[in-house]
Structures are given as structure tokens and as C-alpha cells.
Design a protein around this ligand. Structure first.
Ligand code: SAM
Length: 312
């Protein structure tokens, strides 16, 4: 993802080379990561796609199979990587990740401490936020998970921005070398309150901690511990609502290929003439339907943020 020159990849202005990782996009819910290898081919329901046809094309290109089917080749951004990575653990998704990156006030050059690494979903976005001069030190006590995460960061080109350590952060805390050097600390641990005293020691004055927990009882214990040395303690639950918006026939809500909308709440309106809805392009029995997507993710967890209290 960030091979030789991280800034270049982030700017999405590269062409595909042999050895690159690309996201092969069929639909928003059918994507996979593929390493480009000149002599290989990808086979799917649309036919056979020769990798050699991909080399030299810009990311975002539409490429065709031997049968005329097509896919798009997208750059492996952290957003897409989160959707295709192999799940070795529960992971953070885009709604929580974007909130974390914003509230941790991450900018290029920041030093971030994280535990646990898990599948590296969050780490990937942390790394992009602090690139090209910052660093993420992420710790997991599970050796195999740490090793797999390292392999993934190598694959995605993030290895110069991320160091994965094996350590029991709840038991031992973060390594003392980081004392007073971290701009932010992120915890996704079962008992985060055990790691909070160490996190406080690691943070620079005014540094920010975030802890992700799925259960409110964990949040409560975490907040109790935070009160001793942190201020501005705030807990959020990020709920994302995505919409399906499409043209449908209005009689009886018998809609499109997917069948009936039943009694789901829908917002609908006729298209105005400016939008081409004056009977010229759109049949008069059509309307625009918008409804919350049934795929929308519900509760993932609570995000608790706190700022290290100044000693003076
Ligand atoms: C839910 S996963 C983290 C997922 C990660 N945030 C992501 O987005 O991919 C939690 C991780 O914490 C690790 N873990 C649990 N207890 C730990 C401890 N005491 N020290 C370090 N890591 C720990 C687990 O091995 C697991 O990989």
C-alpha cells in the first residue's frame, strides 16, 4: 500500500506494477485483494483475467476478461483493506476508525501506541494518518496474530510505518522506552483499565487516549480508572446509517428485481422536471425510493476518549 514513497501511494497517482497489491472490485460487497504477478491470471465468474494486461494501467482501471466480463482494479487504501483483510479477530470498521483518527488528532509525524493489534484493521488507518514521518507501535500478546499482522503490513507496504511487538500490555504495560513520547494511545483490550496507568505514563502532556469496548460495563470501569489522571473523558457510540436510493415502480411497492419493500419506512417523491422526471425519461409510474440499507451495521462498541491531565 505504501511501497517506496508513501506520499505517492496516498495520492493514488500510481500505475499498477508487477508485485503490487490491487483490490479487484466486482461490487461494493464483492472485492478481493490480489498480488499482481506477470505470469498469473485471476479466474472468476466473468472469465479469466491475465495479470499481464493490468500492468502499466492506472489504479481505478476497468479491465476485461477473455469472455468480455470486467472488474475494476482499485488501489489498496486502508478503507478498502479493512473490507478485504482476513479476519483473525473482531475488527474495527470504517465508521469507528474515521472517528478514532479524527478524535485522536492524528497528523503526519505523530507517534501512536496501540494494543491489541488484532487483524490490523485500525492500524492500517493509523499508519496512513501519521505517514510519512510518524510511527505506530502496535502490541499483541498473541504471537501468531502479531506475525500475521507483520506479514500484512509488509504486503500493504506499511512496514516502514508500523512496528509490531509481542507483549502482554494488560500485564506489563507499554515498554518504558516510550515514556512521555506518545501523542496518542489506542486500546482494544478486554480489560483496558489494567493498561490505563501505563498509557498515562507513555503519553506526552495533552496526549489523548482512546479505548474501544463492546460492553458498557467495560466502559464504566475504564472511566473510573481514567478519572485519576485524565480529563475531558467522553464516550461515543458511532452508528452509521447507509441508504439504498433507486428508481422504483410505485404500484403496491412491488419494486425491482429484489421483490417487495413490504412495510419498511420509505421516503419517496416524484422526480421534478429538472431531474428528467416529467415523463420524458422516467415512466410516470416511477418514483425515487430511499430506505435504510438492511446491511447497515448496528452496535460495534463504545469509544471512550480522554486527555492526559496536565501536572501543573
Ligand atoms: C479485538 S482484537 C483487536 C482488533 C483491532 N483493533 C483491529 O481493528 O483489527 C483484540 C486483540 O487484543 C489482543 N489482546 C488481548 N489481551 C491482550 C493483552 N493483555 N496484551 C496484548 N494484546 C492483547 C488479542 O490477542 C486480540 O488480537
Amino acid at each position: 500500500m505504501l511501497p517506496v514513497d508513501p506520499a505517492k501511494k496516498i495520492a493514488f497517482n500510481r500505475h499498477i506494477s508487477d508485485g503490487d497489491l490491487v483490490i479487484v472490485y466486482e461490487r461494493h460487497d464483492i472485492m478481493k485483494a490480489v498480488k499482481v504477478c506477470e505470469n498469473s491470471a485471476l479466474q472468476n465468474r466473468f472469465g479469466v483475467f491475465k495479470h499481464s494486461d493490468w500492468i502499466g494501467k492506472p489504479f481505478g482501471s476497468k479491465v476485461f476478461s477473455n469472455k468480455g466480463g470486467f472488474v475494476y482494479l482499485l488501489a489498496p487504501t486502508p478503507e478498502l483493506w479493512t473490507l478485504v483483510l482476513s479476519h483473525r479477530t473482531q475488527i474495527l470498521y470504517i465508521a469507528d476508525i474515521s472517528f478514532v483518527v479524527m478524535y485522536l488528532e492524528l497528523v503526519p509525524g505523530c507517534l501512536v501506541l496501540e494494543s491489541g493489534t488484532g487483524s490490523g484493521s485500525l492500524t492500517t488507518s493509523l499508519a496512513r494518518a501519521i505517514a510519512p514521518t510518524g510511527h505506530v507501535y502496535t502490541f499483541d500478546f498473541h504471537e501468531q496474530r502479531a506475525a500475521s499482522a507483520r506479514e500484512d503490513f509488509e504486503k500493504t507496504g506499511l512496514n516502514s510505518l508500523v512496528t509490531v511487538g509481542v507483549r502482554d500490555i494488560q500485564g506489563e504495560g507499554f515498554p518504558d522506552d516510550f515514556s512521555g513520547r506518545a501523542d496518542s494511545v489506542f486500546l482494544d483490550l478486554p480489560q483496558p483499565w489494567l493498561a490505563i496507568p501505563s498509557a498515562g505514563k507513555m503519553l506526552k502532556q495533552d496526549g489523548i487516549l482512546c479505548s474501544f469496548s463492546p460492553c458498557i460495563e467495560q466502559v464504566q470501569r475504564c472511566c473510573d480508572t481514567l478519572r485519576t489522571s485524565f480529563t475531558d473523558i467522553r464516550t461515543f457510540e458511532v452508528l452509521l446509517r447507509t441508504y439504498e436510493v433507486r428508481e422504483v415502480k410505485i404500484d403496491g411497492w412491488q419494486t425491482d428485481d429484489s421483490g417487495s419493500l413490504g412495510s419498511l419506512p420509505c421516503k419517496r417523491r416524484q422526480l421534478s422536471s429538472e431531474e428528467g422526471g416529467n415523463g420524458r425519461d422516467i415512466p410516470s409510474s416511477s418514483t425515487v425510493m430511499a430506505r435504510p440499507s438492511p446491511e447497515t451495521r448496528g452496535h460495534t462498541g463504545y469509544l471512550t476518549f480522554a486527555r492526559l491531565r496536565s501536572l501543573s
